[in-house]
Design a protein around this ligand. Structure first.
Ligand SMILES: NC(=O)c1ccc[n+]([C@@H]2O[C@H](COP(=O)([O-])OP(=O)(O)OC[C@H]3O[C@@H](n4cnc5c(N)ncnc54)[C@H](OP(=O)(O)O)[C@@H]3O)[C@@H](O)[C@H]2O)c1
Length: 261
């Protein structure tokens, strides 16, 4: 087991981020947990402090552009160095692009792309100076193909996948590992917020449980893997998109996002 680290997890008030936080607390790592819901974060902190670790919570809307800089400055002021950064917070929205309200479009881009990129840019230099650190960006199997009815969400995850694999290569001799973690459909609050919890992908294709997904992510991060896909069936689907014609892949992607009875 690694010596105790300080781990920053965004989106830790529920879902995969919360399950990741539990795994780190059980292995005696200290935590900085970020999400919008301060009350939920407070409950999580009380639960995880029982493991004898320190848990700091920061209630922040990371889709607001100044938020990543604000978070970094606050932690610097308090002398908290981050050894492991997990950019997990993200959301999706179902619907035709033409009908989607602008705030949902920009909200996804601001949180899934801009906050993730800014946080990586801010927390990387101190890791490089120490020649030690780990970063995990949570993408999705959605990142491997276009996603009609969730066009913006799929595109944001394609960005996370491409960006993360590229900087993992740039940083390969730096002492800092960068992992792109891709869950497939997972039982969390995501489906309800996205409005796709009644879609084929959730109803017919068997979503995974968040604790199992988080364990896959935790292992991939600690092993310093560049890319990890949770679940063998999700891995197979992601691979299949490389060989099938793009039009077919896009049509199937639409079909799985459609509502089913
Ligand atoms: N569930 C899936 O099927 C699935 C599949 C593939 C990839 N993923 C990815 O996995 C990651 C985690 O999702 P999840 O399934 O665990 O979803 P979730 O249960 O909805 O959790 C999302 C977390 O992000 C936080 N969050 C949302 N908007 C935020 C904002 N503007 N600022 C700060 N925090 C915010 C939420 O807390 P608050 O609401 O308190 O802010 C919550 O803690 C996301 O990046 C998602 O895209 C999920």
């Amino acid at each position: 087991m690694d010596a105790a680290k300080t781990v920053l997890i965004t989106g830790a008030s529920g879902g995969i981020g919360y399950e990741l936080a539990k795994l780190f607390a059980r292995d005696h790592h200290n935590l900085v947990l970020v999400a919008r819901s301060g009350d939920k974060l407070a409950h999580v902190a009380t639960e995880l402090e029982a493991h004898g670790v320190s848990v700091k919570t920061v209630a922040l809307d990371l889709a607001e552009p100044p938020a990543p800089k604000f978070l970094f400055a606050q932690l610097q002021r308090e002398g908290i160095a981050i050894d492991i950064l997990i950019n997990n917070a993200g959301f999706g929205a179902l619907g035709n692009f033409a009908d989607m309200p602008e705030d949902q479009i920009l909200g996804q881009i601001n949180l899934n792309i801009i906050a993730l990129t800014q946080l990586t840019k801010l927390f990387l230099p101190p890791m490089l100076a120490r020649r030690s650190g780990r970063i995990m960006n949570v993408a999705s199997t959605a990142g491997f193909q276009p996603g009609p009815l969730m066009a913006v969400y799929y595109a944001t995850k394609a960005y996370v996948l491409s960006f993360t694999e590229a900087i993992a290569n740039e940083l390969r001799h730096s002492g800092v590992t960068v992992t792109c973690f891709c869950p497939g459909p997972t039982h969390t609050g995501f489906g309800k917020r996205a409005g796709n919890d009644q879609s084929r992908v959730f109803k017919q294709f068997g979503a995974m449980n968040a604790d199992r997904v988080a364990l896959d992510g935790y292992r991939a991060l600690m092993e310093g893997r560049t890319l990890a896909i949770s679940g063998i069936h999700n891995w197979a689907v992601a691979q299949s998109t490389r060989f099938a014609p793009r039009k077919l892949v896009t049509a199937i992607s639409r079909w799985v996002s459609e509502k089913t009875e």
